[in-house]
Design a protein around this ligand. Structure first.
Ligand code: PDD
Length: 287
């Protein structure tokens, strides 16, 4: 059996899976999404992603289309039908299909649900992490509600493409004060020159990363010091280490920013250790 997607109540071959042309996610980016990392076929950080999904929907006044319990069953069934063990599970919920009009359609319009699942080569990802990756910086140009995980990702798309064209894996947005907000699809961290782990606070206009949150708990058990305090790109260059976190990148060391080495340019030992500890935790708690 090939890849299968879930679309509005039906499992369909991935190649034929489609939504209506007047789906508001397609026409207006009026939709939210979540991504779970899969470990041995189970959802990592399940609770955190569900909580954020419910919050994103509530902020946009899109009703949760089914209970969390029912949604979990459908998500799991998508994973099962795709026979994915290590991978990524994607869920998108839009405000539904209605004649194009910026204002909300009638309350009777059911939200649209799409779920896809794909395998990830975790040993290749591990090898990449152990080599270290590069980021570039780009000016922050996103809207003021980056805490909501919407599919309106055009600035992120352009930033990521710029990174790709310059041989980097990620782009860090830098705000008007010169402070790093986050990556195009990850949160940004440093181990500063004083040995303190730092990442942007969630009062800032960033996505409240689920991986970021769990890693905070993991760090608390290591005895390392962590502060939710912003840093500039310059500080990151003078830091001991830098890394990114997210359901896709897990914890990935960053060794260069805009073509310049972070610290001595070596792959961060602390970042690699946190990567192992995070994966261990995510595997142990996956459901
Ligand atoms: N991205 N910041 C942004 C802008 C993101 O898009 C993501 C996740 C994160 C990290 O969040 P989390 O730890 O909850 O995955 C931070 C997903 C993986 C994506 O867009 O594919």
């Amino acid at each position: 059996m090939g890849r299968v997607a879930y679309v509005n109540g039906r499992f369909v071959p991935h190649a034929e899976a489609a939504v209506h042309i007047e789906d508001r996610g397609y026409q207006l980016a009026d939709a939210v999404y979540e991504v779970w990392a899969l470990f041995d076929g189970k959802m990592g950080d399940a609770e955190g992603h569900f909580a954020r999904l419910e919050r994103s929907l509530a902020e946009l006044r899109i009703p949760m289309p089914m209970s969390r319990r029912a949604l979990t069953i459908v998500l799991r069934e998508t994973v099962r039908r795709n026979r994915v063990r290590e991978g990524l599970l994607y869920l998108q919920i839009s405000r539904g299909v209605a004649p194009r009009d910026h204002a909300f359609p009638g309350a009777e319009t059911p939200p649209s649900i799409v779920i896809t699942c794909k395998a990830v080569d975790r040993s290749a990802a591990q090898a990449k992490a152990e080599k270290g990756c590069a980021v570039i910086t780009v000016p922050e140009n996103r809207w003021g509600r980056c805490d909501i995980k919407t599919v309106g990702l055009l600035p992120n798309v352009l930033a990521k493409q710029a990174a790709r064209e310059r041989g980097a894996v990620e782009a860090w947005f830098v705000d008007e004060l010169g402070l790093v907000t986050e990556g195009a699809s990850s949160n940004a961290w440093i181990l500063d020159s004083d040995g303190v782990l730092r990442t942007r606070d969630t009062n800032a206009n960033i996505l409240r990363g689920v991986t970021r949150r769990t890693l905070m708990d993991v760090i608390a058990e290591t005895g390392l010091k962590v502060e939710e305090r912003p840093f500039t790109a310059e500080e990151a260059l003078h830091a001991r280490e830098a890394f990114i976190t997210g359901a896709g990148s897990l914890v990935t060391p960053i060794t260069a920013i805009d073509g310049k080495p972070v610290g001595d340019g070596a792959v961060g030992e602390v970042a690699l250790r946190l990567r192992s500890l995070y994966i261990e935790r995510a595997k142990a708690t996956a459901v």
